[in-house]
Design a protein around this ligand. Structure first.
Ligand SMILES: [Zn+2]
Length: 274
């Protein structure tokens, strides 16, 4: 089914009063004269947070590379002792190759690397979206991640937006990626009213903890279809081959006729039909 897309004002999603947005029927949702915000999917029944997995298959060869900037709440000491959760080489490669991309950033990562967060947030080649503050799981069983209580889910997402704003990301996108991609109805309900679209993927690159770049390259090239969303990571310690993979995959996909887009473009296409 083709999801219906609506626009909501930037101020509604990203303003300080996130909690008031839609949840309490506070009115004036999009009556302001501010320009329409980024495209989002309409909520499901009962205001349930909508989930986006990929764009239309028949609107041309577009593909969105997405990069999760993971950092779990308690990894500060590891960063302090020299472990790199950032990956400036990868971002440099994306710039060199002129590949638009969407970065799902944890608030913890933005707290650790504010200059890089700001740099990404101010560069129109990228869009910065929300990957939770803590990178704790939103379901019980998710790759061994610690879990966040249902009561704390909303606050964790809001705290991430606060961290992004504090770091200097001017317009974080109303897109949220669940840590580990793990979600259920309870999690979707917990985030309803925030105005975010949950963004999954249809192509797993397999870059996390990979040491064999060839295997990751193959997996991406075999998996990409028109409208695909590819999940990768921009954490050097946990995904050491990603820069190399990007340098190989991008020219090859271009050779095959693909155009790289940000997630917002695919979500926008999803609303305008086939
Ligand atoms: Zn993650």
């Amino acid at each position: 089914m083709i999801p219906h897309v609506r626009s909501i004002t930037v101020v509604c999603v990203l303003g300080a009063a996130l909690t008031a947005c839609g949840a309490a029927g506070s009115g004036r949702p999009s009556a302001s004269s501010s320009p329409a915000g980024p495209p989002v999917l309409a909520p499901g029944p009962g205001g349930l947070t909508p989930v986006f997995e990929h764009g239309p298959r028949t609107r041309g060869k577009t593909v969105a590379l997405t990069f999760d900037a993971d950092m779990t709440a308690d990894q500060g000491p590891r960063a302090a002792s020299g472990e790199h959760f950032d990956n400036p080489g990868l971002i440099g490669a994306l710039r060199e190759l002129k590949v638009p991309a969407t970065v799902f950033m944890t608030g913890r990562w933005a707290d650790q690397y504010p200059a890089q967060a700001r740099d990404l947030g101010r560069d129109p080649q990228f869009e910065v979206a929300n990957h939770s503050w803590s990178h704790y799981a939103f379901t019980a069983d998710c790759y061994g991640l610690p879990t966040v209580d249902a009561d704390g889910m909303r606050a964790d997402v809001q705290r991430a937006y606060t961290s992004l704003r504090k770091a200097g990301v001017p317009k974080a996108m109303p897109y949220f990626r669940f840590p580990g991609g793990c979600y259920d109805q309870r999690a979707l309900r917990a985030l309803s009213g925030l105005g975010v679209t949950a963004v999954q993927w249809d192509v797993v690159s397999g870059d996390a903890f990979a040491t064999d770049a060839d295997a990751v390259v193959r997996q991406v090239l075999d998996g990409v279809k028109p409208g695909s969303v590819v999940v990768m990571h921009c954490t050097r310690s946990a995904a050491p081959t990603t820069e190399q993979v990007v340098r190989r995959v991008v020219p090859e996909l271009r050779e095959r006729g693909y155009r790289f887009v940000k997630v917002s473009e695919l979500i926008g296409q999803a609303g305008t039909g086939r």
